[in-house]
Design a protein around this ligand. Structure first.
Ligand SMILES: Cc1cc2nc3c(=O)[nH]c(=O)nc-3n(C[C@H](O)[C@H](O)[C@H](O)COP(=O)(O)OP(=O)(O)OC[C@H]3O[C@@H](n4cnc5c(N)ncnc54)[C@H](O)[C@@H]3O)c2cc1C
Length: 423
């Protein structure tokens, strides 16, 4: 059983327990049992739907999400991050590591239990930053699975991408509020979301704004034709044109947008790792079963040493990724989401896990042979879906740069080191 975190973000009054930092689900709740139940729920209810979507080449959408979340509630596995008082499991990050890995065994499992991006990160962000009125209007419906949300930072060139300080979307103060203008793209879940957290440039920095989706100044454009199909609401172009929002739409302090983005990043990166790890583990098990039932050159493929090497390397990558994710989850719980230890750990985990998951899925495709390349085959879809993970939520290159910066800052020498001292 996991314990409640030592530090937690300040929650707006009226939030029963902040997302991701509340005690485990009820007295005596057992995380291992919740993970087992989540896995059984995924096997019984989610995998058949996933198979249908993949075979038909269909995208995940809200009708599917609503049905699956209803089933998740009935199975008692809804809302790993949702406080118990709002009908969820109220898990710590350490508890989440086990449960979200179980949900992540399906591409659409995290959505089915209401813990998929970008909502999970937005739950953390809102719980840490929003006012009571904002919590009632935006956070609580999100936690209850009544709504979805999106977060809009990335912009077409020359705007913000890897470098968030390049934000060009502007918000200008006017009588009673702000007017936002600018273009965003790749905004996950924007189609059908109830609101978008827009990050815009304001005097002296950037600021986050809560923009209702029915605001006449917000327009959701086309879904970008990305390789992945599993995000409800797709990844969309979004424009803000003469978009007026009242003063109470400001999330937190004016000018603190990029600081708040940091609060969101560590738990969000780690949650992605947990979910993708689940998918990699399932694909690995599928491949092991496949090669024990298929033969070549007079024996089972699983009897060939080179196939066994793929199996062993997958097992090693998965074990290493799991150990890393669980240890960083404990740091998040103990030191808080915005601590430098949590940020550094989450950056390391995200870089390693995104690349390990890719290696595992690529070996799985190899073990399946030609079938692994067929668009309607699950393992081919897994590989394609996973590719973006090395780009979004901090690309591998940008994360390596930030990891190296922290190391060099901590160990920089005030003066040149002589060869003798260096020994
Ligand atoms: C599926 C998907 C979902 C997404 N969802 C959202 C969302 O919901 N909201 C949102 O705001 N954005 C979202 N994004 C956008 C994502 O955050 C960006 O794609 C990412 O930050 C990279 O920005 P960019 O695409 O503009 O690439 P660029 O910044 O143009 O980078 C291009 C390449 O240059 C590399 N590079 C950049 N800087 C360095 C450096 N210092 N050193 C070495 N290499 C470097 C990058 O790693 C990358 O390989 C999503 C993207 C995808 C693919």
């Amino acid at each position: 059983m996991t314990t409640a975190p030592a530090t937690r973000p300040p929650a707006p009054a009226g939030t029963p327990e902040p997302a991701g930092s509340s005690p485990p689900a009820g007295p005596g709740a057992d995380v291992a049992e919740l993970a087992r139940r989540t896995r059984a729920f995924v096997d019984d209810h989610v995998l058949p739907v996933e198979r249908e979507l993949v075979v038909a080449g269909r995208h995940m959408d809200d009708d599917v999400r609503v049905d699956l979340q209803r089933a998740a509630r009935a199975a008692g596995v809804f809302g790993p991050l949702t406080p118990v008082g709002l009908g969820g499991l109220g898990l710590s990050n350490a508890g989440l590591a086990e449960v979200l890995e179980a949900a992540g065994r399906s591409l659409i499992g995290p959505t089915a239990v209401n813990c998929a991006a970008p909502d999970d990160g937005n739950m953390h962000l809102l719980a840490a930053v929003c006012t009571q009125a904002q919590a009632e209007r935006y956070l609580h419906p999100l936690l209850r699975g009544e709504t979805r949300s999106s977060i809009a930072l990335t912009e077409p060139a020359p705007g913000a991408g890897s470098d968030p300080s390049m934000v060009r979307t502007s918000a200008v103060p006017v009588d009673g509020g702000w007017v936002i203008d600018g273009a965003k793209h790749f905004i996950t879940g924007a189609e059908g979301a109830a609101f978008t957290i827009c990050i815009a440039r304001t005097e002296g920095g950037t600021t986050m704004f809560l923009v209702d989706q029915d605001n006449p100044g917000l327009r959701v454009g086309r879904r970008m034709p990305t390789l992945d199909h599993s995000a409800a609401g797709g990844h969309c172009e979004v424009t803000f044109a003469d978009c007026f929002v009242p003063d109470d739409a400001v999330l937190g302090d004016v000018g603190a947008g990029l600081r708040y983005a940091q609060v969101r990043l560590a738990p969000s990166r780690l949650a992605f790792c947990m979910a993708w790890l689940g998918l990699a583990a399932r694909a690995h098990e599928m491949a092991a079963a496949w090669i024990t039932g298929r033969s070549s050159f007079g024996q089972r493929i699983s009897d060939h040493g080179m196939a066994q090497a793929h199996v062993a390397d997958n097992e090693i990558d998965i074990a290493a990724a799991r150990a890393l994710v669980r240890s960083v989850a404990r740091v998040l719980d103990e030191e808080g989401l915005a601590s430098s230890g949590a940020r550094h750990g989450a950056a390391i985990a995200k870089t390693f896990v995104a690349e390990a998951v890719w290696r595992v899925l690529d070996r799985v495709v190899q073990l399946y042979g030609g079938l692994g390349i067929c668009e309607d085959h699950l393992v081919a879809r897994f590989l394609v879906e996973a590719r973006g993970f090395r780009i979004y939520e901090g690309s591998s290159e940008v994360l390596r740069a930030s990891i190296a910066r922290r190391v060099l800052r901590a160990h920089s020498s005030p003066a040149p080191i002589s060869p003798e001292e260096a020994r």
